[in-house]
Ligand binder design. Sequence first.
Ligand SMILES: [Zn+2]
Length: 118
Amino acid sequence: MKSDPDEDLLLSIAEEVMKCLSRYRFFEKLDDALSPIDSSQVPRKCSSSYEISEQILLALGFTPTDTADIFGVLKYKSAGCACEILFNVAESSRFRETYWRNRARQLGHEFSSFPKHD
Ligand SMILES: [Zn+2]
């Protein structure tokens, strides 16, 4: 295991790393993996690690040194795994929309099951 890059370095590279990730459409690709547009595709399950993210980044041509910095920045932004990246870092994602749509449905169900007075 590599040690985490130090915080000053992370702060100084964070903005550029984020720009780079959006330019390479990393968030869209991660979203596609966890919440595919094509419903015939099986969504990948987050393994509570950077596993899926790392595969995507390496496929995009990032080196293992790059990914160490990228994950340092993501961790700093409170994203410790694929779903947290889509929740806490990506500006928008289908994954997050679907989560809240289901959540709203659940809450609606709970509200409607409250005992009613008449
Ligand atoms: Zn996760």
